[in-house]
Design a protein around this ligand. Structure first.
Ligand code: HEM
Length: 71
């Protein structure tokens, strides 16, 4: 649904999906025990158009791990 369908199906669909995958997988691979802050209370952006949250509070344990995708 997000990328349309038929003759106008998004030509950037593969790039969009790859960016989404990297942006979720990278923090979880480098920040130990990454999780939602238990006290986090989600609030939606006001208005009828967008349903995004205004913030997302996460916590993790210890220092960030080094990147493994470059040498
Ligand atoms: C998360 C990212 C993206 C989303 C959600 C998205 C969504 C969409 C949607 C829903 C359509 C269909 C519009 C319609 O039916 O009229 C579309 C078309 C299109 N998208 Fe994307 N898009 C994304 C990223 C990209 C990227 C990265 C590119 C280019 C590198 C791109 C290029 C295009 C083009 C050129 C069309 C028109 C295709 C046509 O009419 O034949 N999009 N996109």
């Amino acid at each position: 649904m997000a990328f349309g369908y038929g003759p106008h199906h998004c030509i950037g669909v593969n790039l969009g999906r790859l960016q989404a995958e990297v942006s979720f997988a990278t923090p979880y691979s480098r920040l130990p025990n990454l999780r939602l802050r238990p006290s986090f209370q989600p609030h939606q952006v006001p208005g009828p158009t967008f349903r995004a949250w205004t913030s997302l509070e996460m916590v993790y344990d210890g220092p960030a791990l080094p990147r493994t995708d470059i040498s």
